[in-house]
Ligand binder design. Structure first.
Ligand code: B1M
Length: 210
């Protein structure tokens, strides 16, 4: 691994916000592609944070400061992932489902979709089915739901049911993802599509554009 990528990885693991943003800027200046910085330096570090949490070496505060270091690095990376000037080809309402506060993956999905020329309505975290329904009523063409907890995954189904009850299900495409979500789960709950990562989420959304 290139030294600067290792430094980015370490800064996230150690929760060093400033170092993370400075090193991401350095990596971009060195000409390393944004997706390499993202996947090899940043996403890999968050995976290790999860492993350390599982093993009882990290606790919630360590996860939280690592997440903050990830977010500050992402803020620097964002312009390289998102095109500056585009005409929207569809409107996506994106959020992490009710009960779930994880937003790094969802934010990445928003960035990639924006980079693929979609307009984003970022509904944030802990989004109730009613809020997704309201977004669909307000013109969203896609409902993009993220869940990181096995306990919150069922809220994706609840949201799809709420869209049906509101008579809006046929007007939107429902995309789902997040670490515990699988393709078969997506099919089981009646989603239109599943993507394992943010770039594939953008590719999936693009596949629905005429
Ligand atoms: Co939490 N947490 N956490 N956490 N956390 C996990 C998810 C966990 C797997 C850790 C572990 O045990 N190894 C575990 C869940 C276990 C389970 O459900 N089976 C867990 C737990 C238990 C918890 C708490 C319950 C801990 C507690 O309080 N005791 C608590 C729950 C709070 C809540 O949500 N109600 C909690 C809290 C937190 C923090 C707040 C401290 C922090 C989140 C901060 C934040 O997001 N702002 C946090 C973190 C950082 C993690 C880990 C370490 C990292 C998550 C992350 O950001 N990954 C995580 C461990 C892990 O995932 N390995 C863990 C990087 C991110 C880029 O990946 O989000 O998977 P991810 O997104 C990917 C893909 O999944 C995909 O694209 C992205 C990559 O391109 N994707 C989509 C995501 N959404 C998509 C949507 C799509 C398509 C693709 O279509 C619409």
């Amino acid at each position: 691994m290139q030294p600067v990528l290792q430094e980015i990885y370490d800064s996230i693991l150690n929760g060093q916000q400033k170092v993370s943003s400075v090193k991401v800027a350095q990596a971009l200046a060195e000409g390393i592609p944004a997706t390499t910085i993202l996947n090899e330096g940043m996403v890999a570090a968050m995976g290790e944070v999860g492993r350390l949490f599982e093993e009882g070496e990290y606790f919630v505060p360590e996860m939280l400061i690592a997440a903050r270091a990830m977010q500050s690095g992402l803020a620097v990376l964002r312009p390289a992932l998102v095109q500056a000037d585009f005409k929207p080809i569809g409107k996506v309402a994106a959020g992490t489902v009710k009960g779930d506060l994880h937003d790094i993956g969802k934010n990445l999905v928003c960035m990639m979709l924006e980079g693929a020329s979609f307009e984003i309505m970022d509904l944030g975290t802990d989004v109730s089915p009613e809020k997704f329904v309201e977004a669909a009523r307000n013109g969203a063409d896609y409902i993009a739901m993220s869940a990181l907890l096995t306990t919150t995954m069922p809220n994706m189904k609840t949201t799809i049911e709420a869209l049906k009850t509101a008579g809006l299900r046929d007007r939107v495409k429902v995309l789902v993802g997040g670490a515990p979500v699988t393709d078969s789960f997506a099919k089981q709950i009646g989603a239109d599509g599943f993507a394992p990562d943010a770039s594939q989420a953008a590719r999936l959304a693009l596949s629905y554009v005429g």
